[in-house]
Design a protein around this ligand. Structure first.
Ligand code: IPM
Ligand code: MG
Length: 343
């Protein structure tokens, strides 16, 4: 198995280094590193060099740290984020899985009440390669436009992933849109209804408007199982949902297409304010390795072992600054490895 490792920017390299230690411990993989994002712009002038894309196409899975930061001008023609967006699009990774649940140890650091967090176990499936992110963009002196467009097939394939996930969980699916205003959302609702009715009759589907979903996520989050939504709504809601995991540093993600190949990255970004200090939380990156074992390498036992090792490290009180502790990035990695090898 070939794994492409793209550390990227900010805290990306620090958290990726810990995830790589876990990958090496699990064994059976050849790891090859490549440039992406701002780091790639600095070295090659482009955010997604051909070499990086070629490596990722050859690989069975990609592990990514983070891209972006204030060093690179958001108004420039060449931006770090284009590296990640280009990679998702080129590899046709149209379904982004972002699970959220909370370890008991972290309940007290959450701004939400313990009773609100009780029983939270949800999974976002965010459409990742279409919608307003990839529609036509236009700019004149006094106007800017971003076109949001979805085809039936683009919606259907994301919903199918969500349907399969719901089937393997509690069989409840919430589809989130803004069908009271947006035409793309009305199509989204129609297609979702049809796909679930025809292909997932055992899954219970409900529709919810994005604004009321945002409210319900912090008011009654345990009432969700799987949530499927478009690219932009998914971007926003998954950051909101990160609070359900105690810290955004905890959350992993998987981006999948038709085949087994996937891209795995923590949900947190490059966190430039703490980059280089060795204090970033690596658990989200390490949990992304667990998702890689599950979805691309089909090594479910190892996926569970990594998840158990993270839980054991938290039980042991190995908490980074965002979790209210003083453990370093490397100490958190040490703890996961210790519990992984104890198994
Ligand atoms: C995410 C990030 C990216 C996105 C950025 C870095 C382009 O916010 O993965 O959620 O908007 O998709
Ligand atoms: Mg985001």
């Amino acid at each position: 198995m070939l794994i492409a490792v793209l550390p990227g920017d900010g805290v990306g390299p620090e958290v990726t280094a810990q995830a790589v230690r876990v990958l090496r411990e699990l064994g059976g993989c050849e790891l090859r590193e490549a440039l992406i994002g701002g780091a790639a712009i600095d070295r090659t002038g482009v955010p997604l060099p051909d070499e990086t894309l070629a490596l990722c196409r050859d690989a069975d899975a990609v592990l990514l740290g983070a891209v972006g930061g204030p060093r690179w001008d958001p108004a420039a023609n060449v931006r770090p984020e284009q590296g990640l967006l280009g990679l998702r699009r080129s590899l046709r990774l149209f379904a982004n899985l972002r699970p959220a649940s909370i370890h008991p140890r972290l309940v007290e650091i959450s701004p939400l009440k313990a009773e609100v967090l009780r029983g939270v176990d949800l999974l976002f499936v965010r459409e990742l390669t279409s919608g307003i992110y990839f529609g036509e963009k236009r700019r004149t002196a006094d106007r800017a436009e971003d076109v949001c467009s979805y085809s039936v097939e683009e919606i259907a394939r994301a919903v199918r992933v969500a349907g399969r996930m719901a089937r393997s969980r509690r069989k409840r699916l919430t589809s989130v849109d803004k069908a009271n205003v947006l035409e793309t959302s009305r199509l989204w609702r129609e297609v979702t209804t049809r796909v679930v009715r025809d292909e997932f009759p055992d899954v219970q589907l409900e529709h919810q408007l994005v604004d009321s979903c945002a409210l319900r996520l912090v008011q009654r989050p345990s009432t969700f199982d799987v949530i499927v939504t478009d690219n932009l709504f998914g971007d926003i809601l998954t950051d909101e949902a990160a609070v359900l995991g105690g810290s955004i540093g905890m959350l992993p993600s998987a981006s999948l297409g038709e085949g087994p190949r996937g891209l795995y990255e923590p949900v947190h970004g490059s966190a430039p304010d703490i980059a280089g200090k060795g204090i970033a939380n690596p658990y989200g990156a390490i949990a992304s390795v667990a998702m890689m074992m599950r979805h691309s390498l089909r090594r479910e036992e190892q996926a569970r072992a990594v998840e158990k090792a993270i839980a054991a490290a938290l039980d042991d009180g190995v908490l980074t600054a965002d979790l209210g502790g003083s453990s370093t990035t490397a100490q958190a990695g040490d703890a996961v490895l210790k519990f992984l090898t104890k198994e």
